[in-house]
Design a protein around this ligand. Structure first.
Ligand SMILES: *[C@@H]1O[C@H](CO)[C@@H](O)[C@H](O)[C@H]1NC(C)=O
Ligand SMILES: *[C@@H]1O[C@H](CO)[C@@H](O)[C@H](O)[C@H]1NC(C)=O
Ligand SMILES: *[C@@H]1O[C@H](CO)[C@@H](O)[C@H](O)[C@H]1NC(C)=O
Ligand SMILES: *[C@@H]1O[C@H](CO)[C@@H](O)[C@H](O)[C@H]1NC(C)=O
Ligand SMILES: *[C@@H]1O[C@H](CO)[C@@H](O)[C@H](O)[C@H]1NC(C)=O
Ligand SMILES: *[C@@H]1O[C@H](CO)[C@@H](O)[C@H](O)[C@H]1NC(C)=O
Ligand SMILES: *[C@@H]1O[C@H](CO)[C@@H](O)[C@H](O)[C@H]1NC(C)=O
Ligand SMILES: *[C@@H]1O[C@H](CO)[C@@H](O)[C@H](O)[C@H]1NC(C)=O
Ligand SMILES: *[C@@H]1O[C@H](CO)[C@@H](O)[C@H](O)[C@H]1NC(C)=O
Length: 751
C-alpha cells in the first residue's frame, strides 16, 4: 500500500483519522509541515511532499550527510504538556538518533538511537514508533531538563550518524495521552528470601504466586519502590516467609511466568578485621556533566583531560581537539571555573596542563585550510575549508603547517602565570595528556615523534613550574595512552636501545627518582597511566560480551593471558609479558624504580557504555581498584548518569550511601573470576558487599561466613530487571543462602 505502484488503490483517509485524536498536535501528515512548524534542518536534502513511499498523499524524504539532521521547531510556543511523539519511519535501518530540545535554555533530552526502539526498520514499508515522554526509549527516563530547570521543549531533531542517513518519515504527531498497559516485566529471586518484581502500569501484585520445587512459598510482606530516574517502572519486593533454597523456582503473575533454577551454594568468607583503606579517588570520572551528577553518583575525583586540553589557552579561553576534529580551534570553558564548581560539588580535581610548545591562538583558526592544502582525505562537514591533515592515501600532509596559523607560543612561564592566577586550585595536575603520541594527535604543531628524553624533560620542566606556582599541588605523569607506549616511544626500539634497553615507564620512574636525589624535591607524586582493554569486543555478540566481562582479570591476574595482541606479541622486556597484570605490575615497577609514588589510572573504559555488560564490567573494575589499592582513577569519559556505567558508580556511591572506606578480605572457596566478582568493604565495624554475577544465564547462590544477619540496605541493577536504580531495605535472616540473579550487580550495606 505504501509503494508508488499501489498509489491508485490506497484509501488512507480511513487510517489517518483513526490514529490522530482531536487533542493531538500534528507536525506532519501530508504535503507540508503543519502550520506553526518551522524547518530548522541542516545539510540535508528534504522533500516534504515525497510520493515515492507514503501514507496518505505524501511523506517526508530525508537524505542527510554525516551528522546532518532533519530538525523541526514549533514557532512561537512549546510542547512539554504532550505525552509523547509518534511517527512512521521507513529506511534500511538508517543510522539516526532522535533528541528533543529547548531552544530557550539549550537543554536537550538524552539522545535516542533508533536501535533503542528494538524494532527492525525496513526500506519499503513504514514502521510506527512511539517515544513516551515518561519513559524514553533506551534510558527509560522522563523527558526532563537535567541542566536548566523545566525545559521548554520546542524542537525535535532526527540526526544522522557519521555515515549519513536516507529514510522517510510520515504521520509525525505529538500525542496527548498514552495508555500504559499493566505488565509484569520481570520477577527475580534476590538475597535470602526476596522476590523482586518489576512492573509498568496498574498491575495486580496480589496475583503473584511463588513455588519452589512445587511447594507454595508464602509471601510475608511487600514493599514497592519507584526509582528516581525511571518513574514509569516500579519494583515490588516480596519478602517470603521462608528462605530461598536450591531447586526449581517458579513465579507466576497474571498472564506472565518466570522460572529459575536455584543452584547449590558457593562458599565464601568475609574477614572484616583484615583490611586496608580504599582511596575514594578511585571512583572518579572525566568531565562530570554538572554538580547534580557529582552529588548523585558520589564522584570524588574529576579530571579535565583528553586530547582537546593539550592546546587549551587559559588566557583566551580557546582550545583545539587536534586530529579528533580537523585541527580546528574553538572556544573552551574556563578551567578555573570548572575547578570551582567541581570542588564546590564535593569532588577533588585533576587538571591537565599543556606541556607542548603551542596553544590555540583564537576560537576559529585551523591548521589545514583547503585553500592551502586542496588535496586532503576529508573536510569538516560543518566547515568545508578545514581538512583532516591527511592526503587521500592516508599519509600526513607535507610540508607540515606553520604552527602560528592556529597557535600561539606556550612555555613554563605561561604555566606559572596561569596557575598562580587561578582562583580555584586543582588537587592534582597532570603534565599534558598522552604526550607520547603528540606526533599523531597534534601532528600540526608537533610532527616529530616524542622521544624518551623529550618526554622526561617536559615532565620535569612543567612539573617544576607547576609546583613553583602551586606549592601544595600533586603532580601526575606521564599519562601514557596504552600498553605499547608504556614500554617504548613513538621513535621505536632504537630509543629503547639508546636507554640501556630499558622499557619506557621503568626508565621514566628511575629518572624521576634520580631527579629527586639531585634536587631534594619530589616532582612526581603519581605515576599516571591510561588503560583500555585490548581485546576486540566491538561485535558485542555473546562471545564478545563474555570476553569483555572476563577481561577485567587483566587488571590483577598474572595467570590470565591477555586475549588480544598483548597475549601473542607483548613487545617489552617485562616479566610474564603475555599477562597484563596491570595493577600489581605497576606497583612492582614503582617499588623497584621509585618507591612511594602513587598509582593513578586517569583514563579507562568498560569498552561499551550502552550495554549492560559495560555496567557490570565497571562494577567489577571499581571493586578491583579498591581491592588492589589504586590511588586514583577516572573513567573516560563522562558516563551517562542513567546508563549502565552511571549505575555502576551509583551502586558504590549513589546519593550518599557509600561502599566501606576500607577493603575487607574475601575468601572464595572456588573463585570464578571469569563470571564472578565479590568485594567487601568495612567502615566503623559495618560491612558492605558488592557481588557481580557476570554469567548471562546462571543464577548464583552464596553461603557467606561472617556476614551478620540483620538489616541491610540493598541496591541492584541488571539481569531481567534491567538498568534502573532499584533499592530497598531488607532483613537478612540467614547468610547461608544469598541469591544473585544472572547478569546482576548487587550492593549490600549493613544498617
Ligand atoms: C529545509 O532546510 C534545509 C536545510 O537548511 C534546506 O536544505 C531545505 O531546502 C529546507 N526545505 C524546505 C522545504 O524548506
Ligand atoms: C507493510 O506493513 C503492513 C503493516 O505491517 C503490512 O500489512 C504490509 O503487508 C506491508 N507491506 C509490504 C509491502 O511489506
Ligand atoms: C500480558 O498482558 C499485558 C497487558 O495486557 C500484555 O502487554 C502482555 O503482552 C501480556 N503478556 C503475555 C505473555 O501474554
Ligand atoms: C488480584 O489478584 C487476586 C489473586 O489472583 C484476585 O483475588 C483479585 O481479585 C485481583 N484483584 C483485582 C482488582 O483484579
Ligand atoms: C513490612 O514492610 C514494611 C516496609 O518495610 C515495614 O514497615 C513493616 O513493618 C513490615 N511488616 C511486617 C509484618 O514485617
Ligand atoms: C600519498 O600521497 C602523497 C600526495 O600525492 C604522496 O606525496 C605520497 O608519496 C603518497 N604516499 C604513499 C605512501 O603513497
Ligand atoms: C616564555 O615565553 C615568553 C614570551 O616569549 C618569554 O618572555 C619567556 O622568557 C619564556 N619563558 C621561558 C621559560 O622560556
Ligand atoms: C561474534 O563476533 C565475532 C566478530 O565479529 C565473530 O568472529 C564470531 O563468530 C561471533 N560469534 C558469535 C557466537 O556470534
Ligand atoms: C533504609 O533504611 C534507612 C535507615 O533506616 C533509611 O534512611 C532509608 O530511607 C531506607 N531506604 C529505603 C529504600 O527504604
Amino acid at each position: 500500500m505504501w509503494l508508488r505502484a499501489f498509489k491508485a488503490i490506497i484509501s488512507l483517509a480511513i487510517i489517518a483519522p483513526a490514529l490522530v485524536r482531536a487533542d493531538d498536535l500534528v507536525i506532519y501528515n501530508d504535503g507540508a509541515l503543519a502550520s506553526g512548524w518551522e524547518n530548522w534542518s541542516w545539510s540535508s536534502t528534504l522533500d516534504f511532499a515525497a510520493t515515492d513511499l507514503f501514507v496518505g498523499t505524501s511523506s517526508i524524504s530525508i537524505a542527510s550527510t554525516e551528522w546532518a539532521a532533519l530538525s523541526l521547531k514549533l514557532g512561537s510556543t512549546t510542547f512539554q504538556s504532550y505525552a509523547g511523539l509518534r511517527f512512521d519511519i521507513a529506511g534500511a535501518q538508517p543510522d539516526i538518533q532522535i533528541s528533543i530540545q529547548s531552544t530557550a535554555d539549550n537543554s536537550q533530552s538524552p539522545t535516542i538511537p533508533l536501535s533503542a526502539f528494538g524494532k527492525t526498520i525496513v526500506a519499503d514499508n513504514f514502521t510506527s514508533l512511539l517515544i513516551d515522554f515518561n519513559a524514553l526509549p533506551g534510558t527509560g527516563s522522563k523527558l526532563e531538563s537535567r541542566c536548566c530547570g523545566d525545559g521548554t521543549w520546542d524542537r525535535i531533531t532526527f540526526q544522522a550518524g557519521g555515515s549519513g542517513a536516507t529514510y522517510h518519515l510520515d504521520n509525525v504527531v505529538l500525542v496527548s495521552s498514552i495508555v500504559v498497559a499493566p505488565q509484569f516485566l520481570s520477577a527475580e529471586p534476590l538475597a535470602n528470601d526476596v522476590i523482586a518484581v518489576t512492573t509498568v502500569g496498574p498491575v495486580n501484585i496480589s496475583s503473584v504466586s511463588v513455588t519452589l520445587n512445587q511447594q507454595v512459598l508464602k509471601i510475608a510482606n511487600q514493599t514497592t519502590y519507584i526509582p528516581v530516574d525511571t518513574p514509569s517502572k516500579s519494583i515490588t519486593y516480596l519478602q517470603l516467609a521462608s528462605s530461598l533454597a536450591p531447586g526449581s523456582l517458579l513465579i507466576t503473575a497474571a498472564n506472565a511466568s518466570f522460572a529459575y533454577t536455584l543452584p547449590a551454594v558457593q562458599y565464601a568468607s568475609i574477614v572484616q578485621d583484615v583490611k586496608y583503606p580504599i582511596n575514594p579517588h578511585i571512583y572518579g570520572v572525566n568531565f562530570p556533566s554538572g554538580s547534580g551528577y557529582i552529588k548523585h553518583l558520589g564522584i570524588p575525583m574529576s579530571r579535565w583531560g583528553g586530547n582537546a586540553v593539550t592546546a587549551y589557552n587559559p588566557f583566551g579561553g580557546f582550545t583545539n581537539a587536534g586530529n579528533d576534529w580537523y585541527f580546528e580551534n574553538r572556544g573552551s570553558d574556563s578551567a578555573d571555573d570548572w575547578i570551582g564548581w567541581v570542588q564546590a560539588a564535593g569532588s577533588a580535581s585533576m587538571l591537565t596542563i599543556p606541556a607542548l610548545d603551542w596553544v590555540s591562538k583564537d576560537a576559529s583558526s585551523y591548521s589545514y585550510p583547503r585553500t592551502i592544502y586542496p588535496d586532503q582525505a576529508r573536510f569538516d562537514p560543518y566547515n568545508s575549508d578545514a581538512g583532516n591533515g591527511l592526503f587521500p592515501n592516508g599519509s600526513y600532509i607535507t610540508p607540515p603547517p606553520d604552527p602560528t596559523r592556529a597557535y600561539t607560543a606556550w612555555n613554563t612561564s605561561a604555566v606559572k602565570q596561569w596557575l598562580s592566577g587561578l582562583a580555584n586550585k586543582p588537587t592534582i595536575v597532570t603534565i599534558d595528556n598522552e604526550m607520547e603520541i603528540a606526533h599523531s594527535t597534534h601532528q600540526d604543531m608537533h610532527p616529530e615523534p616524542v622521544s624518551y628524553d623529550e618526554e622526561l624533560s617536559r615532565v620535569i620542566n612543567f612539573a617544576t613550574a607547576a609546583k613553583a606556582a602551586l606549592p601544595n599541588v600533586l603532580v601526575a605523569a606521564p599519562s601514557t595512552c596504552s600498553w605499547w607506549f608504556y614500554w617504548t616511544s613513538a621513535i621505536g626500539y632504537t630509543d629503547n636501545a639508546a636507554h640501556y634497553n630499558t622499557d619506557f615507564i621503568p626508565w621514566f620512574l628511575s629518572q624521576m627518582k634520580n631527579q629527586e636525589a639531585t634536587t631534594g624535591k619530589r616532582l612526581l607524586d603519581y605515576l599516571d597511566i591510561h588503560y583500555y582493554f585490548q581485546a576486540d569486543t566491538s561485535s558485542n555478540n555473546a562471545t564478545a560480551k563474555a570476553l569483555r566481562l572476563r577481561a577485567t582479570r587483566s587488571l590483577w591476574d598474572y595467570s590470565y593471558v591477555d586475549e588480544s595482541w598483548v597475549g601473542v606479541s607483548p613487545q617489552n622486556h617485562q616479566w610474564n609479558p603475555t599477562a597484563v597484570g596491570l595493577i600489581p605490575r605497576f606497583k612492582t615497577l614503582i617499588d623497584i624504580n621509585y618507591p612511594g609514588t602513587k598509582l593513578s589510572i586517569s583514563e579507562w573504559s568498560s569498552t561499551n557504555d550502552k550495554d549492560l555488560t559495560g555496567g557490570l564490567v565497571a562494577v567489577d573494575v571499581l571493586g578491583i581498584f579498591g581491592k588492589y589499592k589504586v590511588d586514583s582513577a577516572t573513567y573516560w569519559a563522562e558516563p551517562d548518569e542513567l546508563g549502565p556505567i552511571g549505575l555502576a558508580y551509583w551502586l558504590y556511591r549513589g546519593y550518599g550511601a557509600y561502599f566501606g572506606s576500607s577493603s575487607a578480605q574475601v575468601n572464595l572457596a572456588n573463585p570464578k573470576p571469569d563470571v564472578l566478582g565479590v568485594y567487601a568493604g568495612t567502615e566503623l565495624g559495618k560491612l558492605t558487599l558488592v557481588i557481580v554475577n557476570k554469567d548471562p544465564a546462571e543464577t548464583m547462590a552464596f553461603d557467606l561466613a561472617n556476614v551478620p544477619s540483620g538489616k541491610y540496605f540493598i541496591r541492584h541493577f541488571g539481569g531481567a530487571a534491567g538498568v534502573a536504580k532499584w533499592q530497598t531495605n531488607i532483613t537478612i535472616k540467614s547468610s547461608t543462602y544469598i541469591v544473585v540473579p544472572p547478569y546482576t550487580a548487587i550492593f549490600l550495606k549493613q544498617l
